[in-house]
Design a protein around this ligand. Structure first.
Ligand code: ADP
Length: 584
């Protein structure tokens, strides 16, 4: 790290020097010389560390940009690392947009390129000017046809696409963002599935009935029982399906905040990248076509049947895409749409943080409603008890305790997410510390974030003793010690005054970790009403022909509260069903 700092300082000096040195030679005389030809290094901070790249210029043009080093997460950062350099070369300009959802990486790439171009004698102010040319006259109408059109390339959309392509269908997927993955790729990667054999081998008792009961009752019996049954019965098969395409899960079965039981399979790759990379590769092999930066705007209905989608690309060209067999809506939820979420839950105003990607705006709900679709459970919006953006040492709950700013536990940590949030909001500042010890902390958390870096950023507090931890988080040492002693005693007896049921390790092995967390808007459980075949139903309960939906855009699966770890099986199980049925 020290080395890095020194290097960065040295580079800054070089940049400053070269700026002074080349200021006079910038192109003011009308000749075409823009740069001193050669290769220049630029380096700037990304999400997980520095991004180092090389820019090659001749006297007139930016010729090439190569990323030399970076620590960004595969899948999540690809569009920023690949598309931004491409666009800068194409436009010969630094006036490019950041990739929403990968803002930090985008800014890092742009800054590094800017520094390199500065070093090459480029006039940065000129390069940053937005060209005034309006090419709106060149807009085209593009028409395309396939068997199946899928809207949204998250977990549900890509599962539907792959499942339909397995049946031999030609599939086109529309994705409005510059990258696939939606909320799925940003999730913690946790997947609930009853696997009696594997759980038994790890000393865990479980059954499909138990998963059903916990899901249904954990959602206050507000879900559609038939859909819950499909979810819990199909989740193991969904996991095996992913594995058949090469996806890797960790061997150890655990639990996440709000999962209520130890049946969570953790993806081996960071966050939701394992799911999305697997589905993308499977789709590629099966010939699935994905149109990025293409936003579906309207369903096309002919003779009472949904036959296609109208869409718009990045350059505002219009597209008309027809699906001979039908259309699958898999546009995800609406937690990032303040207007829509406050319509159903007025308290979830703009000042409430969300864990969602910016594309989670409920477009599929609007498009569905326009063709008469019924909505169900729209008022059920889940807050995640453990923001900020899930970045702590872990999302595991069996080895965690939550303490308030007085140093005391205030709830059983294995409770439902809605109950946890209610309790957290009653604590000082609406925040709490998640406390862990070294037994479960690995080099990286489930999202792929490096713990040492989180410690350096001050997100995670690390201490060699409880005393030191108490000092660092400004809690009375005696109170914290007493809380931990009491918890450790409860671990021995598997019993505490809060009625906690999930017990694993004591908190006893230094170093100790604390992360300050709070609730954030996370998952919208309501949406389009579907039947067991994922066909979208109208307000009068009839099937809307040609229209299917899967994933967070649908309602009726989680009821009033979703179990942690149940969202990914929802997208895979119902995505697959949609893909199979639309082809039939
Ligand atoms: P799920 O978990 O249900 O698959 P995700 O949030 O993972 O939901 O994925 C939904 C995807 O749909 C996101 O990538 C999002 O950008 C995309 N999307 C949302 N609205 C549209 C739209 N109007 N056109 C195309 N894609 C959309």
């Amino acid at each position: 790290m020290k080395k890095f700092k020194k290097l960065a300082m040295a580079m800054t000096l070089i940049f400053m020097f070269s700026l002074v040195g080349c200021g006079g030679s910038e192109n003011t005389s009308g000749d075409k010389t823009k740069f001193k030809s050669g290769k220049y290094i630029g380096e700037a901070k990304g999400h997980n560390g520095n991004i180092k790249l090389e820019v090659e210029v001749d006297e007139e043009k930016i010729k090439d940009i190569k990323i030399l080093e970076h620590k960004e997460t595969k899948g999540l950062s690809d569009p920023a690392l690949n598309d931004i350099p491409k666009e800068i070369i194409e436009k010969q300009s630094l006036a490019v947009d950041v990739i929403s959802g990968a803002t930090v990486t985008s800014n890092g790439v742009i800054e590094a390129i800017t520094l390199a171009l500065k070093n090459a004698g480029g006039n940065i102010d000129e390069l940053k000017k937005v060209s005034g040319s309006d090419d709106s006259s060149k807009k085209e109408l593009v028409k395309k046809e396939a068997d199946v059109i899928v809207i949204g390339a998250g977990g549900a959309g890509m599962s539907a696409a792959v499942a339909a392509a397995e049946e031999g269908a030609k599939v086109i997927v529309l994705e409005k963002m510059p990258m696939i993955g939606g909320n799925t790729i940003r999730s913690g990667g946790a997947y609930n599935a009853v696997d009696v054999e594997a759980q038994k081998a790890q000393g865990i008792e479980d059954s499909i009935d138990k998963h059903f009961k916990q899901t249904f009752e954990g959602g206050d019996k507000k879900a559609d029982e038939k859909l819950v049954k499909i979810l819990v019965e199909g989740s193991l098969e969904g996991k095996k399906w992913l594995q058949s395409y090469g996806m890797k899960f960790n061997e150890k079965i655990g639990s996440v905040v709000g999962s209520l039981w130890t049946r969570t399979h953790q993806a081996s790759d960071a966050a939701g990248t394992g799911y999305m990379n697997t589905l993308k590769e499977a789709g590629d092999k099966l010939g699935v076509e994905i149109l990025l930066n293409t936003k579906a705007t309207e369903l096309i209905v002919e003779n009472d049947r949904v036959v296609g989608v109208k869409a718009e690309d990045k350059d505002k060209n219009l597209l008309e895409l027809r699906g001979k067999k039908g259309v699958v809506i898999a546009t995800g939820g609406f937690a990032a749409n303040v207007e829509m979420r406050t319509k159903y839950v007025p308290s979830l105003t703009a000042d409430k943080p969300t864990t969602n990607h910016p594309g989670a705006t409920g477009d599929g709900i609007v498009m569905g409603e326009k063709v008469g679709a019924d909505l169900v459970g729209m008022e059920h919006i889940q807050l995640l008890p453990m923001a900020i953006e899930l970045t702590g040492p872990t999302i595991n709950v069996e080895n965690s305790i939550f303490i308030n700013k007085e140093g005391k536990r205030f709830i059983n940590e294995d409770n439902r997410r809605d109950k946890l949030c209610e309790a957290i909001m009653k604590q000082k500042d609406g925040q709490y510390y998640m406390i862990n010890d070294s037994q479960i902390i690995k080099e990286k958390n489930e999202l792929g974030d490096n713990i040492e870096e989180l410690i350096q950023k001050g997100v995670v507090i690390k201490a060699d003793s409880i005393k030191e931890l108490a000092e660092k988080i400004k809690i009375d040492e005696k109170v914290l010690q007493e809380t931990i002693n009491e918890f450790n005693k409860a671990v021995e007896n598997k019993k505490d005054s809060f009625n906690r049921t999930l017990w694993k390790n004591k908190i006893e092995k230094a170093p100790y970790y604390a992360t300050l967390r709070h609730p954030a808007v996370h998952h919208t459980m309501g949406g389009l009403k579907i039947n067991e075949k994922t066909q979208v139903l109208s307000k009068s309960g009839e099937i809307i022909q040609g229209l299917y939906a899967a994933g967070e855009v649908t309602g009726g699966i989680h009821g009033g509260n979703r179990l942690g770890g149940n969202a990914l099986p929802d997208t895979i199980v119902f995505g697959k069903i949609a893909g199979k049925n639309v082809v039939k």
